[in-house]
Design a binder for this molecule. Structure first.
Ligand SMILES: *Cc1c(COP(=O)(O)O)cnc(C)c1O
Length: 434
């Protein structure tokens, strides 16, 4: 049969955004219709090229349409590979699990069972918390200030952000919110609070099933927990028979220069949750890593139609072969993260604000949500896509693909610097950049 569709580059679509619910969001920040993408570049239907420092909010660590991954995927599809199989055994799932064991778990001395829930991060968080409640017989869960764990009902109960929480007044209970590392200033070790509340039978905090945390709070403002704090939380949890769940959905898969974000702390979580960049191709895929003694699920107990995604398994396996077979990729991420650190420190020194985050997950807290939004808009005007985050959206956040080349990275940083400078010098400068 002949293809009647015109080639993508000739397709001009009519904007029908009004048809989509008011809930839409990124398309409001970045008003353009995108048609193609490669590496760190997004191209509109009109052929305008944007540098992408959002990268699917960390779901495209290996860039758009990475040819190494796409080649495997197209070959798999052309060979009539399985695309949907519920959770039956497939060669793509087996190959991924085998590589994950060989390239990720064994070299790091990690021993986990793997669970594939529904393909979103929120579904994986739900599964992790359900399992922790099941194996401990407890209901309470400790989550931290500024945490983001997703927007389904259970995951939302763990998420701190008021804007997200306001969508649902019911069933956000059975969670105790405690201050994250640094929340009360540099002089207060908030692990003291966790320790005291758990040790005191009359603290009023019911002994929890789990403590869930991000090592760097991706949506919550790029706050980073120290290795010492993470280790203390681990010890406190172990002392009380409480599970530690690390939500590595955004900070994992190489973002900080190691596959997992907790490697520098030598942490051994009971459950690790991965999603966003696990498939590496923007294909939805989520996974729980469960310490074997906690794998108490009955068959099909956390059910779902899309458990595992064979197309995602194919590209996920390809990421492990292409990027995690030796230390080169990780060391490049560390090096590029250093370039970002250097640039953001200079911007903070020259134009105010503070650098936040770590590795290739950093940002500039300009301490003013309006100014941060202005910077985002100016960047977009200058063909650079990036988002803001934090409780009052005051942090301009950089999440470039980890595969970005030095030329694109330094170009993006230079554009950002101009926009930060423009918003610093007041309305006159602002007008001149338009
Ligand atoms: C994105 C994200 C989630 C939610 O994942 P979804 O796929 O959007 O449901 C949960 N936790 C963290 C840390 C995230 O960044």
């Amino acid at each position: 049969m002949k293809h009647i569709q015109p080639p993508l580059s000739d397709t001009k679509v009519v904007a029908v955004t009004g048809l989509e619910s008011e809930v839409r969001s990124y398309c409001r920040s970045f008003p353009a219709t995108f048609a193609r993408a490669a590496g760190s570049i997004l191209e509109t239907d009109g052929g305008e090229r944007y540098l992408d420092f959002l990268a699917g909010c960390g779901a495209l660590n290996y860039g758009h349409n990475n040819p190494l991954l796409r080649h495997r995927l197209t070959r798999y599809l052309e060979d009539d590979g399985i695309s949907m199989s519920l959770d039956m055994e497939t060669v793509s799932k087996a190959a991924f699990m085998d590589l994950f064991r060989l390239r990720i778990m064994i070299p790091r001395n990690l021993d986990y069972k793997l669970q594939f829930p529904g393909p979103t991060g929120a579904n994986a968080v739900e599964a992790a918390v359900k399992l922790a409640r099941k194996v401990t017989g407890r209901t309470n869960v400790i989550a931290f200030t500024n945490a983001f764990h997703g927007c389904t009902q259970g995951a939302l109960s763990l998420t701190a952000n008021a804007h997200h929480r306001s969508s649902s007044s019911a069933l956000l209970n059975q969670v105790t919110r405690l201050p994250y590392d640094g929340y009360l200033g540099a002089d207060v070790d908030t692990a003291d609070i966790v320790e005291k509340l758990l040790a005191d039978g009359s603290s009023g905090v019911d002994k929890p099933a789990a403590i869930i945390l991000e090592t760097v709070q991706g949506e919550g403002g790029l706050n980073r927990a120290s290795a010492a704090w993470l280790r203390r939380i681990r010890r406190i949890a172990s002392d009380h028979g409480v599970l530690v769940i690390v939500d590595d959905i955004q900070a994992g898969c190489g973002r900080l220069g190691t596959f997992f974000s907790f490697e520098h702390a030598g942490l051994q979580p009971d459950i690790v949750v991965l999603s966003k960049s696990l498939s590496g191709f923007g294909q939805p895929l989520a996974m729980l890593m469960i310490a074997p003694q906690w794998d108490a699920w009955k068959p099909g107990e956390h059910n779902g139609t899309f458990r595992g995604n064979n197309l995602a398994f194919v590209t996920a396996a390809a990421t492990l072969e292409a990027y995690w077979s030796d230390a080169l990729f990780a060391s490049e991420v560390v090096r590029k993260g250093g370039l970002v650190t250097h640039a953001l420190d200079a911007m903070a020194a020259d134009y105010g604000g503070m650098r936040k985050g770590a590795g290739m997950m950093q940002g500039l807290d300009v301490r003013d949500g309006k100014r941060a939004a202005q910077i985002r808009e100016l960047c977009f005007h200058n063909r650079l896509i990036l988002e803001t985050c934090g409780p009052d959206e005051t942090v301009v956040k950089l999440l470039p693909p980890l595969t970005i080349d030095d030329g694109d990275l330094s170009h993006g940083l230079a554009v950002l610097k101009r926009c930060v400078a423009a918003t610093c010098a007041g309305p006159a400068r602002l007008a001149s950049i338009h």
